[in-house]
Design a protein around this ligand. Structure first.
Ligand code: SAM
Length: 328
């Protein structure tokens, strides 16, 4: 029997996961992400079309990549995102299609996303206090986000993971409140350390999550756990398994050895690492008549460029790209 195809990098890591940024624009201006008066967004002419994304995702899937996440910027600001999701979910080899969103527009789109075949949702939520949420995101948006979350819950999305970027002196006093909120609603909480991506990422009150993890373990009697998703979070759960919390700790305990992912930006550039510059531009191939076999060869060549690890700690000034550019 023929072996299933796999994509392996120079360090023996199997690449199974592609994050697809469908836009670099966002309706929020989170303090650690897009600068307030940012002018560097991609021209719409440079955005991959839905058909170009579909084609490239199809070739990745042919090469053994089975998990895909739509992200951005804010993916729900892209026109007909559920339509695109439906096209991608239907491709042979796409086993799991998920979405990262800030949920400001999720109440409107939750049902269409579910119908389109989006299986899992990650929602960013850094505070449950309206004024604080407005201060972090630049917009009074908490009610919209909560409405989006509840709509997603009503549609039966499970698990819904809540991503909270934990920042010293900004929202670290809300971590326990967020745990209680997630227990109440059946959401999985994931705490994230700020990454030094761009000036905004570097200026955002980095909080080492190791002491937080130890404290929460004691307070809630948590034990080690695992959740499906294949991502970088290390999970703990309540003894009855009813609640899970993940820790994404790129700085205090990096996870590069098991990195299984690459990221496609909206303009067709594949970034091999969040924290490094290695990249491969697929747009000239897509717009220059390349065959699917040409694309497959290019993907294999691009994966060879994947660096061993980021250097967020050793060289925090290195990454000039903000997260919304790479596709968070
Ligand atoms: N708009 C979508 C969302 O809110 O999930 C998808 C894109 S957003 C860039 C993806 C995630 O990246 C969010 O959870 C956001 O909080 C996180 N993020 C952005 N900049 C970050 C940084 N410098 N450090 C850590 N997380 C960051």
């Amino acid at each position: 029997m023929a072996h299933a195809p796999t994509l392996q990098d120079r360090f023996g890591r199997t690449i199974q996961y592609l994050r697809v940024s469908v836009t670099d624009r966002c309706d929020l201006r989170c303090a650690y992400c897009i600068p307030e008066h940012f002018k560097g967004f991609e021209e719409p002419d440079h955005w991959l079309t839905a058909s170009e994304m579909e084609r490239l995702v199809g070739v990745f899937a042919r090469l053994g990549v089975s998990r895909f996440r739509l992200t951005g910027g804010e993916p729900l600001t892209r026109k007909d995102l559920p339509g695109l999701a439906g096209r991608l979910a239907a491709l042979p080899g796409v086993e799991d299609l998920s979405l990262s969103t800030n949920a400001t527009r999720l109440a409107v789109h939750a049902r269409a996303l579910k119908d389109a075949g989006v299986s899992r949702l990650n929602v960013s939520l850094d505070s449950l206090r309206p004024e604080r949420m407005a201060a972090i995101t630049g917009r009074d948006c908490l009610d919209d986000v909560l409405a989006g979350l509840m709509a997603a819950k009503d549609e039966g999305f499970a698990p819904i993971k809540l991503n909270m970027v934990a920042m010293a002196g900004v929202n670290d006093d809300e971590i326990d409140g967020m745990v209680a909120f997630c227990i109440e609603h059946g959401f999985v909480l994931r705490l994230i350390e700020t990454m030094p991506m761009g000036e905004t990422g570097r200026g955002a009150g980095f909080l080492d999550l190791q002491p937080v993890k130890a404290r929460l373990r004691d307070r809630f009697g948590l034990v080690d756990g695992v959740l499906p998703g294949g991502g970088p979070a290390r999970y703990m759960k309540s003894p009855d398994g009813g609640f899970s919390i993940g820790f994404i700790t790129p700085l205090s305990q990096h996870f590069c050895d098991t990195c299984n992912r690459v990221r496609l930006s909206v303009d067709g550039v594949l970034y091999l690492c969040l924290g490094q510059d290695e990249s491969f531009d697929f747009k000239p191939l897509l717009r220059g008549g390349a065959s699917d076999d040409d694309l497959a060869s290019a993907i294999r060549a691009a994966i060879e460029l994947k660096p061993q690890r980021h250097e967020f700690r050793e060289a925090p000034e290195k990454v000039v790209r903000i997260m919304a550019k790479t596709g968070g």
